[in-house]
Design a protein around this ligand. Structure first.
Ligand code: GUE
Ligand code: MG
Length: 297
């Protein structure tokens, strides 16, 4: 029995970060100001607070400005919309990220649609999703773009490969499918209503798992030699009483002997998400300054 390799997302993310830091230094030297990222966090979800903290630290580490806006869970729609409009007009802010999900009483779509598309580092506005669907350049959601970068690093040209994306969320599944299609894959989007999910997955040279169900995809479903990107971040109880650990959407223990390569959780796609957010902020800064996109990113 041969074992597939684990893709080191942390190491690849570190390379991306180094290139972003170089680009940030060049931008700052030529423009006399640093690129800036604004992150809006509504409510007290501890996992969200951890992600926002690591984004903040990475932004500063790469030489950019970080602006954090923490607001109570009971903020009104009007107050949140006012904050986004303020950030749209703030010349120090190149990128705006509103951490999702928002509390239930808020209209997420209305907030996202208000973000200036030139500052849309999450790639979620209708302009960004439209550009992606048209195959035009633009800001692309961080997790799918990071996943694509890992796949291209691992496999080179993706042309003609069968790719199955499991999950159809706005943040991951749909944009991931668009990116793979733009890279000339034959793309299937599977989801909770898909019949014979195991059979569909078994056709795939590339599997992207983004369903949010702990260890649901089993090794026997995977075509031998496939490359698997596990986007899942699921918190489950750990052996030790009262502690939790995170697992992906793929049952790695059974998958590892079927795959050519697979991203681990943690240490796979997660670090790439943050690295691409940094990249997107640098891109947005160039866009707003009327500069061409930085090379090599
Ligand atoms: N508007 C918006 N954009 C997002 O991109 C967004 C969001 N909302 N809401 C929440 C999800 C989740 N997300 C992660 C980012 C980094 C890690 C990450 O760094 N994970 C590490 C550590 C995980 C851990 O130990 O908890 C890893 O996988 O190795 C995970 C998840 C961004 N999201
Ligand atoms: Mg789904």
């Amino acid at each position: 029995m041969t074992l597939g390799k684990e893709i080191d997302g942390k190491a690849f993310a570190a390379k991306v970060q180094d290139k972003v830091a170089e680009g940030v230094a060049a931008f700052t030297a030529s423009q006399g100001r640093k690129p800036g990222l604004a992150v809006v966090l509504v409510g007290e979800d501890p996992a969200s607070a951890v992600y926002v903290r690591s984004k903040h630290k990475m932004t500063l580490k790469l030489g950019m400005e970080s602006f954090e806006f923490k607001r109570p869970a009971n903020i009104s729609q009007e107050e949140l919309m006012e904050l986004v409009e303020e950030l749209n007009g703030d010349p120090r802010v190149d990128g705006i990220l509103v951490q999702l999900p928002l509390p239930k009483h808020l209209d997420e779509q209305a907030v996202v649609e208000l973000i200036n598309p030139d500052k849309d580092v999450d790639g979620l506005t209708p302009i960004s999703t439209g550009r992606l669907a048209l195959g035009l350049p633009g800001l692309v959601p961080c997790t799918p773009l990071g996943s694509l970068m890992l796949l291209q690093d691992e496999l080179g040209d993706l042309s003609g490969k069968n790719a199955v994306v499991v999950g159809r969320s706005i943040l991951v599944g749909k944009p991931m499918a668009q990116l793979l299609l733009n890279a000339n894959c034959t793309v299937t989007i599977a989801h909770s209503r898909t019949q014979d999910l195991a059979g569909v997955i078994h056709q795939a040279d590339i599997v992207v798992a983004a369903i949010g169900r702990p260890e649901m995809i089993k090794g026997a479903w995977i075509k031998p030699g496939a490359t698997v990107i596990d986007v899942g971040i699921n918190r489950v109880p750990a052996e030790e009483e009262g502690k939790t650990r995170i697992v992906g959407d793929v049952d790695t223990a059974s998958a590892i002997s079927h795959v050519a390569a697979i991203t681990p959780v943690p240490g796979g796609v997660g670090p790439m998400t943050i690295a691409v957010l940094m990249r997107n902020t640098l891109f947005a800064a160039h866009l707003r300054a009327g500069l061409p996109a930085p090379l090599g990113l």
